[in-house]
Ligand binder design. Structure first.
Ligand SMILES: [Zn+2]
Length: 488
């Protein structure tokens, strides 16, 4: 029954897409009733069960493969992992995965699902429908590359998250930050010279500001209001701009942004909701100001120095850096806006110690692409990031940063965590059933997950055929293996 239910859902989506969700609801609801009738004497009815048999496991934590295991998924979670066959009464989808590897779904810790094109195009050519539709397509492309969770660090993605959670569109779990919070002329103040200021001129006429991409906030009352507005809208953590950047025109790259007392106010307002703050920072003085005020996630931080790295490790701060940002591909990219080039050259020079410091101090580093642009552009960037990180830090460190370490970062959201039922980023009993089955061992060959040496000049992306199965929240998203029930 479950098998029919799963294949039936796909068929209905294709055939009756406007009505599919009602029909899915009816099918699921009626199957639940049948389940209750059949399994009534066993206690609680179970909606779906998947048994993955004879599979090798990379658990997200150890640089090792456990061979020939059996894994039972019930509803949204991993119920049991065993080295013996697991007897299961009742309907179950059996996946014979002999010779394949089961691993946690990947986690992106610095995504921008709402940045669906260049800033210039977003500002001048897109209304909210363009952005919404493209966000949905973007979310699906991340999921089909094996990313079952994305921490979105800036931009209006709360509605996308709600739509995905409601089953209306397919995509990863999203931890949204909502609007970037930036000081006037900070990295998130992306107005053009001709745009007026929201509080000095008392007008909110810049398009992306109205759409919820950023707040310009100065002084404690304004930063508190911006933080609380994001929390009100469903932010699971807060993202601020605490230093200069390359993608913005009116802030020097070395500038310190937000006064310490403003950052402390934001951190405390987030703590009052039992969550944390992430900050865009490049240089040690920016990083130190943020961490000293209680910040827990540093985004980028390529020019970090040794003393600051020690502090990051001591305080358990997460490091969310992109290796694509230090690449020749980025420096030579024809898509850099004219004002960005000098900053990219400068930061790459100032980041010459970054890799050595990470290798020496082993901070909690998460996989983070900072992918921007349309769907194919983001796909190319994430596949390049996988390649480039693995080249520098090795396959295991790259995979751990995209699974168990990132899962730990997601749990910093404490009571604001929308996905509290189990852990993310690990294969263990009780964890969420967010899983991939890969043709081969990704610890030995990262290209099985789509890692690609080319980025800007890469070919148009094709599906990653070596990711055979994608399961999110206990539901099969993709299955290119034959279910055992079908062959019997
Ligand atoms: Zn970013």
């Amino acid at each position: 029954m479950i098998k029919k239910l799963l294949s039936g859902i796909d068929w209905m989506r294709d055939t009756f897409s406007p009505y599919a969700n009602h029909m899915i609801f009816i099918v699921i609801f009626s199957s639940a009733l049948i389940s209750v009738a059949v399994q009534g004497q066993q206690g609680e009815a179970q909606l779906s069960a998947i048994l993955i048999e004879n599979v090798n496991i990379f658990d997200g934590k150890k640089d090792a493969i456990k061979a020939n295991r059996h894994v039972l998924l019930v509803n949204q979670q991993i119920e049991k992992i065993s080295d013996k066959a697991i007897p299961y009464q009742g309907d179950v989808v059996r996946i014979d995965a002999t010779g394949y590897t089961l691993m946690p779904g990947l986690i992106e810790s610095h995504g921008h699902l709402s940045m669906v094109d260049t800033l210039n195009n977003l500002k001048h050519h897109y209304d909210w429908v363009d952005i919404g539709v493209r966000q949905a397509a973007m979310a699906k492309s991340w999921l089909l590359d094996g990313f079952t969770t994305v921490r979105d660090v800036g931009g209006p993605t709360m509605g996308l998250k709600r739509s995905i959670d409601a089953g209306i569109v397919q995509g990863p779990r999203i931890y949204p930050s909502g609007a970037f919070i930036s000081q006037t002329s900070g990295h998130g103040d992306i107005r053009e010279r001709s745009d007026r200021h929201p509080s000095i001129d008392r007008v909110q006429d810049e398009h992306l500001q109205r759409l919820g991409y950023y707040y310009i906030a100065d002084g404690i009352p304004q930063v508190l209001a911006a933080t609380r507005a994001n929390l009100r809208n469903g932010a699971t953590q807060i993202k601020i701009m605490a230093g200069g950047g390359n993608g913005s025109e009116f802030d020097p790259i070395d500038s310190l942004q937000f006064r310490p007392e403003e950052i402390r106010a934001i951190v405390n307002a987030a703590k009052d909701w039992d969550t944390y703050v992430a900050a865009h920072v490049f240089y040690p003085d920016q990083i130190n100001r943020f961490i000293d005020a209680g910040g827990m996630s540093i985004e980028h931080a390529p020019a970090i120095d040794e003393a600051t790295m020690k502090k990051v490790v001591t305080k358990g701060v997460f490091l969310s850096m992109q290796m694509n940002g230090l690449s020749k591909e980025l420096k030579d990219s024809p898509f850099n806006p004219p004002y960005a080039k000098a900053g990219i050259v400068a930061i790459q020079k100032d980041a010459s110690n970054f890799v050595a410091l990470v290798k020496k101090y082993k901070p909690k580093m998460v996989f983070a692409t900072d992918a921007l642009g349309d769907r194919d552009t983001q796909t190319k960037q994430r596949r390049f990031e996988l390649y480039e990180r693995a080249r520098v830090f090795g396959n295991f460190e790259t995979l751990k940063s995209a699974t168990s370490v990132a899962g730990e970062l997601m749990r910093l959201t404490n009571r604001r965590n929308p996905y509290k039922l189990g852990k993310l980023g690990v294969v263990e009993e009780g964890a969420y059933a967010d899983l991939l089955i890969v043709a081969g061992n990704p610890l030995a060959d990262i290209s099985l997950l789509g890692a690609n040496k080319a980025w800007i000049k890469a070919e148009a992306p094709q599906p990653v055929e070596t990711i055979k199965v994608i399961i999110k929240d206990g539901k099969v998203i993709k299955n290119a293996l034959r279910n055992r029930n079908e062959s019997q």
